[in-house]
Design a protein around this ligand. Sequence first.
Ligand code: FE2
Length: 546
Amino acid sequence: MTHLPTEFPDFGLTPEQRRQAVRTHYWERPGMDGERGEIWCYTDRFSYRAGETVALHVSSTAPIFGITIIRDGGSETKLFEKAGIAARWQDTPDQCSVEGCGWEASFEFGIGDDWPSGAYRVTLTADGRDGQPAHCHHLFIVAPQLGQKPGRVLQIAATGTWLAYNTWGGSNHYEGITGPNRDQYARMVSTQRPWCRGFVVLPREAPRVPLEVAVPPRTVPRYPHMEWAFATGHSKKYASSGWASYDSHFFRFAERSGYAVDLASQHDLHFSPEILDGYDCVVFVGHDEYWTWEMRDAVDAYVTSGGHAARFAGNFMWQTRLEDEGRRQVCYKYRARAEDPAYRGGDVTRATNSWEAPEIGRPGSATFGLNATRGVYAGWGGCAPRGVRGFPVYRPEHWAFAGTGIYYGDLLGADSHVYGYEVDGLDFELRGGLPYPTAASGAPDGLQVLAVGMASQVEESADIPLKDQFLGDEDGRFTAETLFGEASDANLDKVKRGNGMIVNFPRGKGEVFHAGSCEWVAGLLRQDAMVERVTKNVLDRYLGKT
Ligand SMILES: [Fe+2]
């Protein structure tokens, strides 16, 4: 393995700035760049089909702007360019993250019939008042047309998670400026706002969440990704979600490797489940945390009737609901039992809580074989910061590992650090040196565990005080309460030790392969030959090539 530095990277922040980078809430908002001026934009939807019209909503301090649209795949193709488009500054409501920005459409353009399905990066450029150009980046998806798709892969972008983490306007499903004291996370978030800085494009040197540091003894955790975000003016959550950090790495890898890949949003999956029809293989990647009941119905029906789902993703955690024709995503999360109307006369199975809340009755394992609350953190903060980095392999003879030369006890993807920062797992036991899901684990029939690593739901150290920990035991206490009714020490002890797995199982006429880690895409980004080979083995088998 390559030798890691023993010190955290330094981005020129003072100790106080480093504290602010991690412990305070900061976000993109109109006016944030002050005198030099700004340009921002969003589109009326996340995805379009050929022939449809995109409405671009722009607010700009400059009276004109230029637009460039590039398809961001295995290669970059410029599809559209135009200069001299009129714009104006548009007022933005204080609670725009929740209600939407409400800007008037500034420019419309059509999706050409010859624009292949994929991700399209929009760059707007205007003159800043300091003589330097001002830019903004946006992304929309061109979804495939319906019909037979022999030999094609459909990737579903984790747009529910992008929306949940988008810091633009001040509120998301994590932190926010809602509530009387302007300190509450948003239970509802709008699609009608720009993406935060770092969701569409990122420089190569932007740190990922898992640490690339050989952490010395008794080290207080640091968070290079948040320090870099603070130092460079990127979103605090750039490394947690978004096309640039996650979904793009699979899409580009697949195209460069010669696969024909189409792209759709989770909104497409929710509103048009027939989008899966005709595909032999559907893929989910990255940090994929927020799903609706309807999205799961679509995948379950697809697999049962003979489809193949490959999930190279982690953290299948929360149920959401979509409202206002998909423009609003609802997730009460930690406050669901107290505040979600689904608990007060609504349909409690649709509660926007963890999928493993017993009242919902639909653990994530029923769709993808693994559960979020049995997995969670690895490789950062005080959660296994010196942990395995790759997946410890137990069944090297499985078809997914063919041609890798991997052995029992090897770590798959350790050099490229594919294991983390959130992983999904199952309760399991070892017998004769092999892992098996326990009877109470919720594993589907016929599930095989190919690899298992350790994860932690709490930061807990005899040598590091709790005040120096960022995550602490808050998430663990929530899981303890959700699963067992009370956030007691005894219940915390039942949930705090997690794991992350690679599993494979049949369902009906179809099959699911699941490498339950957000960071699988890091192996594709860093061109880890063994991770690439496993990914191709899965795609080739599911496309009927092998
Ligand atoms: Fe997450």
